[in-house]
Design a protein. Structure first.
Length: 60
């Protein structure tokens, strides 16, 4: 079974989410460490949404 870019991106999002929860358990949710990882997660999710949108536009 081939691994697609979407699968890889989904896996990266899940790993970043796990990292966020781990860091948040050690720091407050408003700490700079948590905010940085949260922003990284936001970026991955945005990339995922945009790539899905572009794919849908190509299929119409």
């Amino acid at each position: 079974m081939a691994v697609t870019a979407a699968d890889t991106l989904h896996q990266a999002i899940e790993q970043k989410r796990d990292e966020l929860y781990e860091i948040a358990s050690e720091h407050s949710w408003s700490s700079p460490e948590v905010i940085l990882v949260s922003q990284e997660l936001d970026s991955l999710i945005t990339h995922h949404v945009l790539s899905k949108y572009k794919k849908e536009q190509l299929n119409t």
